[in-house]
Design a protein around this ligand. Structure first.
Ligand SMILES: Nc1ccn([C@@H]2O[C@H](COP(=O)(O)OP(=O)(O)OP(=O)(O)O)[C@@H](O)[C@H]2O)c(=O)n1
Ligand SMILES: C[C@](O)(CO)[C@H](O)COP(=O)(O)O
Length: 228
């Protein structure tokens, strides 16, 4: 299974002046924890890290440390996550038929989740890892007046990994780009072009590390897993 890791963000909401994936958690760069889970996932056979070229020397050090037993490549990212994934898709080898996409910033995803996601593509052409929403969600208007409370039974919080058949996803990304669509995940492009997206049960701990509070939580969770 081919796996693309978008890792080319800036981490503005983290308030850091460099890529948040370089920030240390328990003495290692955040991305190292994402790679730890990937290294322990038997289904993965090719890895592409999509990064800003300025960060490539750091990612090369990490790749050398992990010594993956399959090809690994560094791919230049774009201005948005959508552009970064587009670049990643162009860099896949010609024989790639299925691909998983996983945010570098979701450093708590487990090997079990990656493995279940890889298997999911045996039965569908597109999926998103997601968990049922726990909160009551309010829809508001432009002046923050609540206009609706949607039925929670139909609300799921999207995570990554997300996975797709490569040609279908490439076509969706190309059409989305041509039409100027802006989306925050890849499943949204599949949906826009009426392709089915299956839910795969995600993990409650599979946080996207976005703010300093997430970083502190991640540290606690990783301590529990690796330093009992
Ligand atoms: N141009 C971009 C923007 C984001 N990402 C990646 O997409 C994932 C999800 O993005 P997010 O967590 O929002 O990261 P940032 O864009 O870094 O955060 P912010 O929006 O706070 O700047 C991250 O692994 C990030 O590195 C990317 O590859 N290329
Ligand atoms: C893909 C994603 O992780 C799903 O939750 C998320 O949409 C990406 O993060 P962003 O902050 O929307 O760029």
């Amino acid at each position: 299974m081919h796996l693309l890791i978008p890792a080319a963000g800036l981490g503005k909401r983290m308030g850091s002046h460099r890529n948040k994936l370089l920030l240390e958690v328990l003495g290692r760069p955040l991305l190292a924890w994402t790679l730890t889970a990937i290294r322990a996932t038997p289904a993965i056979s090719w890895l592409g890290i999509i990064g800003q070229p300025g960060d490539f020397p750091d990612w090369q050090v990490l790749l050398a440390e992990f010594d993956f037993p399959y090809p690994t490549v560094l791919i230049p990212g774009g201005k948005t996550r959508q552009e970064s994934v587009y670049n990643g898709l162009q860099a896949l080898p010609d024989d790639a038929t299925q691909v998983l996409i996983h945010d570098g910033a979701r450093c708590l995803a487990t090997p079990d989740l990656f493995q279940r996601c890889a298997q999911a593509l045996e039965n569908c052409s597109g999926f998103v890892a997601a968990i049922p929403v726990k909160d009551t969600i309010k829809i508001v208007n432009s002046t923050n007046i609540v206009t609706a409370t949607p039925n929670r039974d139909f609300l799921w919080a999207a995570q990554t990994p997300q996975g797709f058949w490569v040609q279908e996803l490439k076509d969706c990304h190309q059409k989305g780009r041509d039409l100027g669509l802006e989306v925050t995940d890849d499943a949204a492009l599949f949906e826009k072009f009426d392709l089915p997206v299956q839910i795969v049960m995600g993990e409650e701990t599979n946080l996207k590390i976005t703010t300093p509070a997430d970083l502190a939580l991640a540290e606690q969770i990783l301590k529990g897993r690796f330093n009992p």
